[in-house]
Design a protein around this ligand. Structure first.
Ligand code: AMP
Ligand code: FE
Ligand code: FE
Ligand code: ZN
Length: 282
């Protein structure tokens, strides 16, 4: 069972990297990718845990990029974390997440929500964390304003909300090139998701494939049957690797580990395209 997209508490998942890996082993996952938003901060802890639990670990990240003013999530696998250009873009994105989240908090507070920046920080574990809207959602839940993250997003934090604020983001096509230059493998995450704003179309994916995009995440709970079929057709037309994943966020989302998976053949193609500098740990 190969699950190539998960989040730990180094970004907006609720489990520490070691606990995430332990749960994956328990669930029967044999290869897991850790793909926290715009950070590699969980890699070392996840690697130690994967070795202890006897499962394979693909080290990665989910980059928050932008294409024509729309947010596009790009999975990046097996890249060199010390590549200066990629690391700098990830740092800029990550470090703008705090100020951006604070702007949303201040806007909501001015609108009468019982929320302050300190309430958000109280939801964030110690150590380096890539801050995101889910941390604000947790703070609002703690205040009794909503029952769970999903309710907060549906009502106030979705991308079309009046409270929405963008953060610094690399252009998607540049991110694709940076990941390849760092020896990594870029895969577009959950394209054509039903409940999100329409971020990319087929022409965009073709353009990204020209720039070096390797794969497309077709099996993901946010894609309906038509979206999955469209992703598979594009993969066939453009010779892209098809992946599937849970996008597990611990208790932060209903997604369960291994609910969608990637084939061994796709995993092998991803590995073969990477430079090998950051190998899959077995
Ligand atoms: P941000 O990275 O701050 O832009 O926030 C985006 C993150 O919010 C995504 O990675 C998801 O993990 C989370 N998210 C988006 N929609 C929902 C939802 N309906 N329920 C729970 N979490 C969500
Ligand atoms: Fe997330
Ligand atoms: Fe995503
Ligand atoms: Zn994700």
């Amino acid at each position: 069972m190969i699950d190539l997209h998960t989040h730990s508490s180094r970004s907006d998942g609720t489990d520490a990297p070691a606990d995430l890996i332990a749960q994956a082993a328990e669930a029967g996952v044999t290869t897991i990718a850790l793909t926290d938003h715009d950070t590699t901060a969980g890699w070392v802890e996840a690697a130690a845990s994967a070795q202890r639990h006897g499962i394979s670990l693909m080290r990665g990240a989910e980059l928050s990029t932008r294409h024509h003013r729309r947010s596009v999530h790009l999975l990046a696998y097996l890249f060199d974390p010390d590549d200066a250009d990629l690391a700098e873009e990830m740092r800029r994105t990550r470090e703008d997440r705090g100020p951006r989240l604070r702007r949303i908090v201040e806007h909501m507070a001015a609108d009468g929500f019982p929320i302050a920046w300190e309430d958000v920080l109280a939801q964030v574990p110690d150590g380096p964390v890539s801050l995101g809207r889910p941390h604000l959602a947790d703070a609002l839940v703690a205040k009794g304003v909503a029952h769970d993250r999903s309710e907060v997003f549906a009502r106030w934090l979705h991308n079309g909300s009046a409270f929405y604020e963008p953060h610094y983001a690399t252009a998607t096509v540049d991110a694709v090139r940076l990941v390849r230059a760092a020896g990594g493998v870029p895969v577009i995450a959950h394209p054509f998701a039903v409940r999100r704003q329409r971020a990319v179309d087929g022409d965009d994916v073709a353009m990204l494939a020209d720039a070096g995009l390797v794969g497309i995440e077709a099996d993901h709970r946010d894609l309906d049957d038509a979206g999955r079929a469209r992703a598979r057709q594009l993969a066939a037309d453009l010779d892209l690797v098809v992946t599937g994943s849970s996008d597990f966020h611990g208790d932060g989302k209903p997604n369960r580990l291994g609910e969608n998976t990637t084939s061994a053949e796709s995993l092998a193609r991803i590995e073969a395209i990477s430079s090998g500098l950051t190998p899959v740990l077995r």
